[in-house]
Design a protein around this ligand. Sequence first.
Ligand SMILES: [Zn+2]
Length: 85
Amino acid sequence: MHENIEIFLNRCRACAAFQENMEKMVELFCEKNVSEMFTNCTSLEISSHDYLPSRICFQCYENLTNLNKFRQGCLNSDRFLREQV
Ligand SMILES: [Zn+2]
């Protein structure tokens, strides 16, 4: 197990930056669909048991939700376009 596990608690899983206030972070494995959104958008495998940070900062959460919206839009467009062929 990692010796500095406490340090990881306050680090963002996405940008790895240290956050002073943990309450200003979003839990990846509790909040609705956040871990799924993260994996879909980054192709990174994450687990609540991998001893890596399990939260992301608000800035990264905002980026992730925007990226997810873009991705979802592309998937919908792709489906629509393929139906026209
Ligand atoms: Zn971040």
